[in-house]
Design a protein around this ligand. Sequence first.
Ligand code: 3PG
Length: 408
Amino acid sequence: LQNLLAAGVEGRTVLVRSDLNVPLDGATITDAGRIDASVPTLSALADAGAKVIVMAHLGRPQGAVDPALSLAPVAARLGDALGRYVQLAADVVGIDAQARAEGLTDGDVMLLENIRFDPRETSKDAAERAALAGELAALTGGDGAFVSDGFGVVHREQASVFDVAKLLPHYAGTLVAAEVDVLRTITEGAERPNAVVLGGSKVSDKLAVIEALAPKFDTLVIGGGMCFTFLAAQGLPVGSSLLQEEMVDTCKDLLDRFADVIHLPCDIVVADGFAADAEAKTVPADGIPDGWMGLDIGAESVSRFAAVLRAARTVFWNGPMGVFEFERFSAGTRGIAEAIIEATADGAFSVVGGGDSAAAVRTLGLAEDGFSHISTGGGASLEYLEGKELPGLAVLDDAPSPTAPSAP
Ligand code: 3PG
């Protein structure tokens, strides 16, 4: 971004891709983390006199207008965060967006309506995406630039993330640069002992990241719904807990190869149903009764995992340890988060990898600044750590890449 600011943006129209995909309860934003994280880049551009057009998506509207997924609440919240009025175009590249783009004055910020209302945004057909990218670029009136700042979407080969970068001078925003810097440290410069904590429901979502990180980390703690497939791989009964049958053999293989690294829970909080007020009890991990389902890791597991985490110098955490949305099954996630916060206070470098774990930090009222970094990217952070090439980064010449030195 500094390169663009140095080149001068006063009076120029700058298209910015941000990730403003925030959780909503009706029209209420329940976690504005991604909106707040988009502020530094947008403020810097508006302060420097650019006419800023923000592109963002909300949910997965399947290429059609869905009023429930309008960016209206996001525009209002973004305006509060920026301390500037943010106008919302009624469409993506239609008459309203075009007229508003022409009417922008220096320092104005406009948000286009949910970019995924246009089916070309997510099309698999490169020509369709290129057509939308052309219309987006045209909004800048010829002297524009593109800033990629939506770290949470850089793993998507979509028109506003990937194709538009081919049509305009393009730059990495401060959020993208910061996220890549942090994740590079996790994969390349992690001080030992280092630990990864993985949770969430599906082993299949985390398989590639386990493969990538297990050889580089001293400890890999596994909790959450995915731990039951690992327990089943050890031949243990898991009752009615979440189980990915087709992954049991893969988990066996991982346990064989990384026996010293992978740590599984030794006790489990089981319930007689999936409900906030279900009957619950703690049982040993090898004693899950028939008909009961594991909804959290037990207190003994928390205390063992916490001991390892407190001693770590680098911690990466992705995925809750249990159904933290239900208070009585939130102790595992809270306990692990608190151990990571303690380690951080003691000088460790800690990263919370987006998605559900970032939501858990905020829902449980934990201090966000207790961690070194809370990523805005769920899938994007994981794909980065898996070592995959992310299209939205690869297309930027000046983006920090896993191999090149950072030049944001
Ligand atoms: C996310 O929420 O991880 C990003 O905003 C990307 O959204 P998507 O998974 O719908 O592409």
